[in-house]
Design a protein around this ligand. Structure first.
Ligand SMILES: O=C(O)c1cccc(C(=O)CC[C@H]2O[C@@H](n3cnc4c(=O)[nH]cnc43)[C@H](O)[C@@H]2O)c1
Length: 212
């Protein structure tokens, strides 16, 4: 089995790589930060080999009441939550406009199995929708609007939909695994617990190596 693991930045890659250990089934590549860089690098990487699975991994914001700092969210679906048009009284997604889809399915059975294994290993983990946003949320109003737009959304990050779109074009199944570093809401960079999230990502990597 050949598995590509993509993260936005090197500290995320290093964390999950430490967890996965010396296992030659896994290969690693950086996507860069944001949906555009992620789509381009995703397309380049999936064209290099016939991968059996692409795992998108990294840190993320957690929606308050859904995913706490240090916990893990395994995407049940990857959703481009701000891809559409803003209306005077709301938002209309690309799907509603008839221009394509803002949702990418993951390997559902595998996502459930990974989540169960993470929980069995004592990690706080759940399977839930993970949003991809072009602009990281910085206000309570945007957090509330996103939570209303995608009921049950547990995390937001900035690369998943870009990488997953590239994988989908090549027919490569995807998983997205995010460790929560901060709450989605009013921006407070000093409150981000990146170290805790990277430790959780490493711990998740150990479990992944066993379950895959
Ligand atoms: O400064 C560091 O040491 C460091 C280590 C690892 C990662 C970072 C990042 O800044 C990664 C940015 C990456 O994180 C995702 N992210 C995290 N929180 C949020 C959020 O609240 N909203 C959206 N995205 C978030 C995102 O995918 C970024 O690419 C720094």
């Amino acid at each position: 089995m050949r598995i590509l693991v993509m993260t936005a930045v090197a500290p995320e890659r290093d964390a999950i790589q430490r967890g996965l250990g010396q296992d030659n089934r896994f290969e690693f590549a950086l996507a860069g930060v944001g949906i555009a860089a992620a789509a381009v690098h995703g397309a380049i990487e999936v064209a290099k080999a016939d991968y059996d699975l692409l795992i998108i991994a990294g840190i993320a914001g957690g929606f308050v009441g859904q995913a706490g700092v240090g916990s893990i969210v395994v995407a049940s679906e990857i959703i481009a939550a701000d891809l559409g048009v803003e209306l005077l009284d709301g938002f209309s997604s690309l799907d509603e406009l008839g221009f394509g889809s803002t949702r990418i399915s993951v390997e559902g059975e595998l996502a459930q199995r990974v989540t169960a294994a993470l929980q069995a290993a004592g990690l706080q983990a759940q399977a839930a929708p993970v949003l991809t946003v072009a602009t990281a949320t910085g206000t309570a109003a945007t957090a509330a609007a996103l939570a209303q737009r995608v009921p049950g959304a547990a995390a937001e990050a900035m690369e998943g939909f870009g990488i997953a779109t590239a994988a989908q074009q090549r027919g490569v199944p995807v998983l997205e695994i995010r460790a929560i570093s901060n709450a989605v809401g009013p921006r407070d960079r000093d409150a981000w617990r990146i170290g805790d999230a990277l430790k959780a990502l490493e711990a998740a990597g150990k479990v992944l190596a066993e379950v895959l």
